[in-house]
Design a protein around this ligand. Structure first.
Ligand code: FES
Ligand code: FES
Length: 189
């Protein structure tokens, strides 16, 4: 009888610009690989079934819930976790906005909220409509990033502390800061 195929592989993950090789059971989620195998515990586990957003990170620049991703499927992708968002000691504008505006209470959902906000700002700038966008014609361009737009786009990230008012304000502030910076760079070019 042929031996049963191994359910383990050694994989290499590219996380925050660093390469990590690790043996994993093929059933291991990316979230568990980060937390249990690599000690990268910034990404949080809430529901472990894709419903709370606590485990949100970026894969190739797009937000994803890591509890629904298999680690083996993340090989060769660029993974950004909350540990890789700041530039050394310099907080990312989204992190700074959460700090400035108290966009958290206990902080458990915050890494996922911040990674999701990074995705929201990029998606909005790229002209992606949301479920509350009135005019979805491509020629209409991105809608204003109103509180309603932010609430809808961040709706996959739950906060048990109910810090939603401040979270929406923080995302709005960070988006505005990034737009101003982009405009300044464009004017200087
Ligand atoms: S832990 Fe992944 S969505 Fe809740
Ligand atoms: S700050 Fe406590 S769950 Fe969001």
């Amino acid at each position: 009888m042929a031996p049963a195929p191994s359910t383990y592989s050694v994989i290499t993950l590219n996380i925050n610009g660093e390469k990590y090789s690790l043996p994993v059971d093929h059933r291991t989620t990316l979230l568990d690989a980060l937390r249990e195998h690599l000690d990268l515990t910034g990404t949080k586990k809430g529901c472990d079934q894709g419903q709370c957003g606590a485990c949100t990170l970026l894969i190739d620049g797009r937000r994803a819930v890591s509890c629904l991703q298999l680690a083996v499927a993340a090989e060769g992708r660029e993974i950004t976790t909350i540990e890789g968002v700041a530039e050394g000691e310099q907080l990312h504008p989204v992190q700074q906005a959460f700090l400035d505006l108290d966009g958290y209470q206990c902080g458990y959902c915050t890494p996922g909220q911040i990674c999701s906000a990074l995705g929201v700002i990029e998606e909005h700038a790229a002209g992606w409509p949301s479920a509350v966008t009135d005019d979805v014609r491509p020629e209409a361009g991105p809608p204003p990033l109103s509180a309603d737009e932010i609430r809808e786009r961040m709706s996959g990230n739950l906060c048990r502390c109910g810090a939603y008012v401040s979270i929406v304000q923080a995302v709005a502030q960070a988006a505005e800061a990034q737009t101003t910076e982009a405009e300044a760079e464009e004017a200087a070019a």
